[in-house]
Design a protein around this ligand. Structure first.
Ligand code: SF4
Length: 554
């Protein structure tokens, strides 16, 4: 295999290597890999695995795959091995990776800005039906995830995706992941600024670029000019949030260092206003800092949030300006409190061009290839050529003439895709869980779907915005820490002392200007079977005791 360069040209070591181990930052001369992940990334760039998939692995089959590619570099192309069926959550932490690995893959399609044409959606749906046993989940990062993918089929899947301008490049791995964007960018009447051109330019400059394909860990980003604060900017490594500068006009407020998982931190503002055409440069500076100064010794401290926490926003901004941008950023205002209570854009809304967009909700992001194809057909039949995915596992059809809205809504509802969903369907998200995820301890998707149905049946009058986020393990793929009710999957004891699937409960988390992490309710664990009773009790108590205007998180 071709070795990657020792270090990118941009990095000038400031101190002799080897004096102390530090945190493994390249910028201070630590180029000796300090763990297995750093070693395999140094041995060969993750992007190079594509050639081996196309020329060797897809032809010789699963058993021919190099283990460092299988559990490492294949992520650079959106591929993870999925969990062998039938292994219970109690074994997750005990078994070796190869015992958990199935010979099928999860494949993530990146959808930057959540922007899709009807043709792209149709291709996604067809691939699902042909190669993924019909699976196609909408994620809370605007992606689509397939399961049951065979390595033999990957080149053909890539060919079909790329033919319509989609890709799986750096959808996973220690890379610049999908760039979240406002799902109503360019169309919303109340938009501050359309960030789409910046997303396109970031994609062009940085995605699949070997100068940025060996980061300490993943790098999550978001760009939204919507006053609804609709991309969970607080929990991204870098986020650009639309603001109006009193002198310079519309632009973006810069945030860095957010991230959840086991050491959650909210992003911090650098107090800088960034005009649209400088967004890609600033993105380049921040990802450069992460690559060069990011911690590489321990995987658990390798996200940008740890560097930001150690440096603080002033030092971070100074280094960004002095060493990367070579100019001073303009000071700017913070985002304002959003007017709406939901960020998901569901329902029917007028666009700035007089047409309408229609947001709709499946349950917990679970759709399937056949349904996606039907959505594409339905949108096309109602004069729309564009759709968006949201950061809440939902979708939107754009550009619908007023006369077509009623018929489109009826068509979506007939597919069990709710345009005016209950607060429970609207506000519940679930990660992949034990069905396919090797890290999972409990089941999540089916649990979330049945919880929605139960709550709709039991408390049909509930009318408050509520978020219920369900994770299958201590990681935070479904953002449990920032939900009103966050449920972290783990094994718990039932009344008879048996270990069963259940959840640690976190209450009162939120995003937005009142963002904060939910409190872990001491000792409060519920079994999966008890979950509907528990959530019903919490919601009814809130309904009875709330003061006027009080939100769950407050
Ligand atoms: Fe898997 Fe855990 Fe992420 Fe859920 S939260 S998808 S179980 S890693």
């Amino acid at each position: 295999m071709a070795a990657t360069p020792e270090k990118p040209a941009a990095v000038t070591p400031r101190r002799k290597a080897g004096r102390h181990r530090g945190e493994g930052q390249w910028a201070v001369g630590h180029f000796t890999p300090l763990n297995g992940n750093e070693q395999f990334k140094k041995d060969d760039d993750g992007l190079n695995v594509r050639t081996r998939i196309e020329t060797i692995y897809s032809k010789r089959g699963f058993d021919s795959i190099d283990p460092n590619d299988l559990r490492g570099r294949m992520r650079w192309w959106g591929l993870y091995t999925q969990r062998k069926p039938g292994i219970d959550g109690g074994k997750t932490a005990i078994l070796e990776p190869e015992e958990l690995d199935d010979e099928y893959f999860m494949l993530r399609v990146r959808i930057d800005g959540g922007r899709l044409t009807t043709e792209q959606l149709r291709v996604i749906g067809e691939i699902s039906q042909e190669f993924a046993r019909g699976t196609a989940d909408l994620t809370d990062r605007q992606n689509v995830q397939y399961h049951w993918i065979r390595i033999e089929d990957v080149p053909e899947i890539w060919r079909r995706l790329e033919e319509v301008g989609l890709s799986t490049t750096e959808a996973c791995g220690d890379t610049p992941r999908v760039i979240l964007g406002s799902p109503v960018a360019g169309i919303a009447e109340n938009e501050i600024i359309d960030g789409s051109p910046a997303i396109d330019e970031i994609q062009r400059r940085f995605i699949g670029n070997p100068d940025f394909s060996n980061l300490p860990r993943k790098f999550k980003s978001a760009v939204s000019g919507s006053p609804q604060l609709d991309v969970a900017h607080e929990i991204n490594d870098i986020a650009f949030v639309g603001v109006n500068h009193p002198e310079h006009g519309p632009g973006f407020d810069l945030w860095v260092g957010g991230g959840l998982s086991t050491n959650p931190k909210l992003g911090v503002r650098l107090g800088a206003w960034v005009p649209l055409d400088e967004v890609p440069d600033v993105y380049g500076g921040v990802i450069g800092i992460f690559r060069d100064y990011g911690y590489r010794r321990l995987r658990t401290r390798a996200r940008l949030k740890f560097l930001v926490a150690d440096w603080g926003p002033e030092k971070f901004r100074q280094i960004l300006e002095d060493e990367y941008l070579k100019y001073e950023l303009v000071d700017g205002p913070a985002p304002e409190q959003p007017t709406g209570t939901w960020r998901d854009h569901l329902g029917v809304h007028k666009q700035k061009d007089g047409r309408f967009y229609v947001g709709f909700a499946p349950r917990v992001g679970r759709v399937d290839g056949a349904t996606l194809t039907k959505i594409a057909d339905l949108a096309g039949a109602h004069g729309s050529g564009r759709l968006r995915t949201t950061a809440e596992q939902k979708m939107i059809v754009l550009d619908v003439e007023e006369a077509q809205v009623e018929s489109l809504v009826a068509g979506l509802e007939a597919l069990d895709l709710r345009v005016t969903p209950s607060p429970f369907r609207r506000g519940t998200m679930a990660c992949t869980g034990i069905e396919f995820c090797k890290l999972a301890i409990v089941e999540t998707k089916a649990r979330g779907a049945s919880l929605i149905d139960e709550l709709e049946r039991r408390i049909p009058e509930f009318d408050e915005p509520i978020t219920i986020n369900i994770n299958g393990c201590p990681n935070a793929c479904a953002r449990i820490q920032v939900a009103d009710i966050g449920l972290k999957g783990q094994l718990v004891l039932d009344d008879n002392g048996n270990q069963v699937e259940g959840f640690q409960v976190h209450l009162g988390g939120a995003l937005g200007l009142e963002a904060g992490f939910g409190r872990k309710v001491r000792g409060l664990k519920v079994t999966s079977a008890e979950l509907p009773d528990y959530v019903e009790r919490v919601l009814l108590r809130f309904q009875e005791q709330r003061e006027a205007g009080e939100r769950f998180a407050t």
